[in-house]
Design a protein around this ligand. Structure first.
Ligand code: OSB
Ligand code: MG
Length: 371
């Protein structure tokens, strides 16, 4: 395979309106602002990436503004003009820059896409994945009352989603879970707290054992694994870590103290596809199930999640729902579609979907070319 040399980066900033507000314990998202990246190599071939940082630093510390700063002033200057044989080399190239995983991941994904296109391979095959279809679940935001949540769950169960995730926080937890369980006694169900609890809530968290949840996601602090290990020793429900895992090393440490029994892998949170693959392999070797999390991605980011989920360690349905669940119109065509709770993995080279340039242009607020 010939080498890659990246000569330019274009950063578009897009804004897309969500069909419905998405409410979690950390805030309400009404629309989605994100960076769409295009790299060009020496032959003028393009690779695309989507940055999953949010507008505000409320899920992690990054924002679209910090990601753009890192990309323009630090990450792209390290990459520009370098001879790349394989996208795995980017981890070394970016190593001098601490953290800023979502900014790194966005550029790394663009290079993976380019690499796959140059090799005429669908991205999932370039990653070593083999599934032709992936199982998916859905993450439902908080609702004003339990009855409304049950109605939402009903809609998505009937649409075929294979696992239902609901968001919880203090004051909006047991009675919501109870209402869903009464209406759907057997549905694969889990709850995501986005770090809304502390060890003071241990009795309440123990009470969740009565609802045979598949897992509880990130109940305690975003930067903790010690308290999670203590909590896991006191409850039967498996803990799944999201916010606490930023790298392979974080995953290894968390598993070594039994701080979780499941890991949600978000490629943005861990710095890219290469790091995601390392975590997937570690977990597979230790019989720890993983699944692919989501950040309300538009089509390009969603396509990377589809490709990642084809790796064999992704044994649980993830949060990669259909484009139509979030957007009136996505930036790819066709959109990501879910049928019977499954997404058919696209076979075209690169991330596998066509870009809808008309849609991209209509959602673009600013464009910066960095050469
Ligand atoms: O905690 O998994 C989370 C969305 C934004 C930030 C954090 C999270 C989420 C979701 C939605 O749960 C997942 C999705 O549908 O993309
Ligand atoms: Mg989560």
């Amino acid at each position: 395979m010939e080498c890659l040399k990246i000569n330019s980066l274009t950063i578009r900033s897009l804004r897309m309106k969500l069909k419905e507000p998405f409410i979690t314990s950390f805030g309400t998202e009404l629309d989605k602002e994100f960076l769409l990246l295009t790299v060009l190599d020496q032959d003028g071939i393009a690779g695309w990436g989507e940055c999953v940082a949010m507008e505000q630093p409320i899920y992690n510390e990054e924002t679209n503004v910090t990601a753009k700063h890192l990309l323009r002033d630090f990450l792209f200057p390290l990459l520009r003009g370098k001879t790349i044989r394989h996208p795995d080399e980017l981890a070394q190239i970016f190593a001098p820059i601490r953290r800023n995983q979502m900014a790194k991941a966005a550029l790394e994904c663009a290079v993976w896409d380019l690499y796959a296109r140059k090799n005429n391979l669908p991205l999932y095959q370039a990653l070593g994945g083999s599934r032709k279809k992936i199982d998916v679940g859905i993450s439902i935001g908080m609702q004003a009352e339990p009855k409304l949540l049950v109605r939402q769950v009903e809609k998505y169960v009937h649409a075929g989603y294979k696992r239902i995730k609901i968001k919880i926080m203090p004051g909006k937890d047991l009675h919501y879970i109870d209402a869903v369980r009464q209406a759907f006694p057997a549905v694969p169900l889990m709850a995501d707290a986005n770090s809304a609890y502390s060890l003071d809530d241990i009795e309440l968290l123990k009470a969740m054992d009565g609802y045979y949840l598949m897992m509880i996601e990130q109940p305690l602090a975003h930067d903790d694994i010690i308290d999670h290990a203590l909590l896991q020793s006191k409850i039967n429900t498996p803990i799944c870590l999201d916010e606490s895992i930023h790298s392979y090393e974080d995953a290894r440490r968390a598993l070594s103290i039994d701080a979780c029994r499941i890991i949600n892998i978000k490629l943005g949170r861990v710095g890219g596809l290469t790091e995601s693959r390392k975590i997937e392999q570690l977990c597979r070797e230790r019989n720890i199930p993983v699944w692919c999390g989501g950040m309300l991605e538009a089509g390009v980011g969603r396509a990377f999640n589809v490709a990642l989920t084809t790796l064999s360690g992704f044994t649980l349905p993830g949060d990669t729902a259909a484009s139509s669940r979030y957007w009136e119109r996505d930036i790819i065509s066709s959109a990501v579609m879910v049928s019977n709770g499954e997404i058919t993995v696209p076979q075209a080279a690169g991330f596998g979907y066509e870009l809808d340039f008309e849609a991209i242009n209509s959602f673009t607020e600013t464009t910066a070319e960095i050469i």
